[in-house]
Design a protein around this ligand. Structure first.
Ligand code: G3P
Ligand code: CA
Length: 379
């Protein structure tokens, strides 16, 4: 937020306080979410390609990230981990079983955390074939043998298309397993020129995201990691991810999934809600106090499924967050019915596995079809 705007907003808030009450005056003092996003260099609404274009290609691989970039997504999202020999790489799960052939290459270590493998070992794994088996209708021979990517390689991809340079939306994943990862990340981003002050010239152009001041967004569920990220990179926008459960917002009911009698996790999570209003508000207040520019709440999906969680984007929640001067980037939405639902509720950006669909929904057509772009990249 520009300093002059902040000053006049503060004055206005002080003048209004006696008339409106403090909360309303605070709300009245905040710029609109669009203005907040623009001041931070973040597109509004933002298209965040969750693990790349991971509906159409194996998550967190070059095929998924190149496709998301070429479709025109604003950000390439990734979950950051560190190998045994200290290299930063992208992988969502704690271990390698679901998305690689670790069970055949390293049978005795198949359940080991990914961080117990050296980069050379990780690079021997096939991170693409699982996708062909799981989604035969989207399978492609060229996905066989795709590799786990380092952060360096994802940066190369983000910089690789002169027509569109997306930003990076980086989550410190299970950061307590990786002491010092916030500092390692800072060093890498600095080395690669991703922490340099942004030029203002391109601020409104199509190329701006990957070059402007919102070119990196940092995200985490962990309070301690948010604090370390803020200490290491105070100038970089940060999002506190939210969900209802252990380590995050306390639930109203402590009945476990196993004891709940629900048939699937989506049904269970759909009924989970914050203990009370104050519990939700406490987390938003914490995010603000630690310097975050927004929150990343979960959502309940119309179709359910394993990415459907508690509905933390109810209109009152988004209004409360906006009134604090924070943005809301919701995860992880893939269907038009849910795009509409969360946009109507007031969110400012969406994590999606289907960047092509979300761009279509926002009437930001991609330059070519998914298949054409995959083929152009050799997949
Ligand atoms: O980072 C936002 C969203 O990705 C959080 O969920 O488990 O997919 O990393 P997860
Ligand atoms: Ca993530």
């Amino acid at each position: 937020m520009p300093a002059t705007f902040r000053k006049s907003a503060l004055l206005l808030s002080l003048m209004l306080s006696p008339m409106l009450g403090l909360a309303q005056a605070q709300a009245a003092s905040q710029p609109s979410p669009t203005a907040l996003a623009t001041a931070t260099g973040i597109p509004h609404p933002a298209v965040i390609a969750h693990r790349g274009a991971s509906f159409d290609a194996p998550e967190s691989t070059a095929a998924a990230y190149k496709l998301a970039r070429d479709l025109g997504a604003d950000y390439l999202e990734m979950d950051l981990q560190r190998s045994k020999d200290g290299v930063l790489f992208a992988l969502h799960d704690n271990n390698l079983q679901r998305t690689t052939d670790v069970a055949s290459k390293f049978p005795e270590r198949k359940d080991s955390p990914a961080n117990e493998f050296t980069l050379a070992e990780l690079k021997t794994l096939d991170a693409g074939s699982w996708f062909n088996k799981a989604y035969p209708d989207r399978a492609r021979p060229a996905y066989v043998g795709l590799k786990i990517l380092t952060l360096d390689e994802i940066i190369d991809i983000a910089q690789g298309n002169p027509q569109h340079k997306p930003g990076l939306y980086i989550e410190t994943k299970e950061p307590k397993q990786f002491p010092g990862i916030e500092s390692d990340l800072k060093d890498k981003l600095q080395d690669r020129g991703w922490l340099s002050p942004a030029g203002s010239k391109l601020a409104k152009s199509d190329l701006a995201v990957g070059q402007g001041k919102g070119k990196v967004v940092l995200q985490t569920f962990e309070k301690s990691s948010l604090e370390l990220l803020q200490k290491e990179m105070p100038q970089v926008p940060k999002i506190l991810l939210l969900w209802v459960g252990e380590g995050s917002i306390e639930p109203k009911s402590n009945v476990t999934f196993a004891a709940s009698g629900e048939k699937d996790k989506a049904a269970y999570y759909a009924k989970q809600e914050p203990k009370d209003k104050a519990e939700f508000e406490k987390w938003v207040d914490y995010a603000k106090a630690q310097g975050a520019i927004g929150t990343g709440p979960s959502a309940a999906l119309t179709k359910g499924g394993d990415q459907s969680y508690s509905d933390l984007v109810q209109p009152w929640m988004n209004t409360f967050t906006h009134d604090k001067g924070l943005l809301v980037h919701v995860y992880t939405i893939d269907e038009p019915v849910d795009y509409k639902k969360v946009m109507d509720a007031g969110v400012d950006g969406i994590f999606t596995n289907r960047a092509s669909e979300l761009l279509k929904y926002f009437k930001r057509p991609a330059p070519a079809s998914v298949v054409q772009l995959l083929e152009a990249n050799g997949y």
